[in-house]
Design a protein around this ligand. Sequence first.
Ligand code: BES
Ligand code: MN
Ligand code: ZN
Length: 498
Amino acid sequence: MKIAFAAPGKFKGEALAAAVFENGQLSASAQALDEASGGAIKRALKSSRFSGKKGQFLDLVSPNGVEAARIVLFGLGKEAELGDLDFERAGGSLYSRLASSGATDATVFVDDLNDAKTTTQSAAAHLGLGLLLHSYRFDKYRTKEKPEKKPSLKSATVGVAKAANARKQFNELKFIADGVFATRDLVSEPANVIYPESFAAEAKKLASLGLKVTVLGEKEMRKLGMGALLGVGQGSKRESQLVLLEWLGAKNKKSAPVAFVGKGVTFDTGGISIKPAAGMEDMKWDMGGAGVVFGLMHLLAARKAKVNAIGVCGLVENMPSGNAQRPGDIVTSMSGQTIEVINTDAEGRLVLADALTHVQREYKPRAIVDLATLTGAIIISLGNVHAGLFSNDDELSERLSAAGKAVGEPVWRMPLGEDYDRLIDCDAADMKNVGGRGGGSITAAQFLQRFVDEDRPWAHLDIAGVTWSSKDKPTVPKGATAFGVRLLNQLVAQHYED
Ligand code: BES
Ligand code: MN
Ligand code: ZN
C-alpha cells in the first residue's frame, strides 16, 4: 500500500478520517469537518455510543458539505496518555475499516495535540506504520477471490502539519515493515514451497542488502559433528541446511557480535513419534523462529544498524520414513554431549543445540537470543499473548521485557533452575530430549541451556503461542505475526548499537 504525508487543510480522498478524544472532544480536523458538514459530526456523536474512547469508531456515510463518500471518526481516548503504539494501533484498525469500506483512497488527519507539538509528526509516522502493517495480506495462491471481497484501499495520505518531518520518520519506520513482511511471507508459505534448501535460497538473496550469507549443507555439518541437528533431518528427502547471516555494521568490525538463532523446522510431523492429524498443517510455521531471524537480519541490514549481528537459521524437515530417527536413538551433538531421543517430536531443541554450539565457537557472541516455536506447553502457560522468556542473565531479560513492552510484543520471564535441569538427566546418555509431564517449556529451555557457555548472556524465547494468530489485531492481521522482529530490532537499537 502507498502511504503519503501532506499538510492537512484540504479535504481530499474518498474517505476522511479524523480523531476524536475522550468525552467527545473534537480534534481540529474533526471540528473543521463538523463545520463543513453543517454540524453532522456533533449530531452523530449525540445519537451514538461513540464518545472518543480509544479503539472506538464511527462512520458517517455520504455526509453533506464535503466531497468524500464517508467520514470515519476514530477515538483516541485521553490525549495526555497517548504513545507511539496507540497511533500504530489506531492506524492498523483504521486500515481494516477502510479496506472493507469500498474506498480506494483515504486521508487520515493527525492534528496538533494540545501542547505536544513536537510529537505530532512522530504520531503521524507511527499511524502510517500501523496502516501499512495491517495492509499485509498473503493471497498469492487465491486465484478466484471476487474483486468486491478484496481490500479496497490502495493508498492513504496522512494529513499532518510539517508533513516532511513525518515522512522522513516514516521512511525510517518503513524498514520495520519490510522486515516484518519478509518474515510473514516466509512463515506463511506452505512446506512444499519453503523447505530447508528453498529457505536457504531466499537467504542468499539477502546478500544484496550487504549481508554475508553462508549456507552449510549436510556434508559440512557432518564434518562439524552436528549429530543432533542431522538426526532430526535424516528421515526427510530434503537436505538439512544451516544458514549464517552476518551483518557487520559496527565501527569496529571485529567487536563481538550479538547472535540470533532460530528454529527452522520447515515441517514438523513429529517424526516417528508422529503427531495427530488434526491441526498438523499448523506445523508449516514451525520455522517461525528462523523466519524471525531472517526478517530481523533483513531489517538490520536495510536500516544499516550500527551493530555487528549474526543470524543463524537451523533448517530441517522432521519426517517419518524408513530412514527416520527412532525413539531411543542416541545422538552425539557438536558439543560432544550425547542425547537419548525419547520422543522424536521434541526435535526443535536438537536443532538449536548444534546451532548454539556452532555460533558460540565461531563468533564468541556478546549475547545470544534464540527464538523457537518450541513447546505446546508454553501455549498452556501464556496463551497467545506473551512469548515465554528464559534467560541466564537478568540484564538481558530486563532489556527484552522493556523492548517487548515498547513495541507491543510482550514477553514473560519463566524460571530456570537445577531442580528442573535434573529432569532431563538420563541413564543411557548425558541427557534425554524430554522431561516429565510438568513444566514442558522449562525442561525444554533447560535442555538448551546445556549447550550455552557458562558466562555467555543468553535468552530463549518460546514463541509457539505468538507466531501465528487466528484473530485480526490492530497492527497484525491474522496469520503469520512475525512476533520477535520488532522486539529484537528494538533491543538492538536500544542497547547494542555504536
Ligand atoms: N513444534 C512443536 C511445538 C508446537 C506446538 C509449536 C504447537 C506450535 C504449536 C514442537 O516440536 C513439539 O512438538 N513439542 C512437543 C514436545 C514434547 C514432545 C515434549 C510438544 O510441545 O508437545
Ligand atoms: Mn515437534
Ligand atoms: Zn517442532
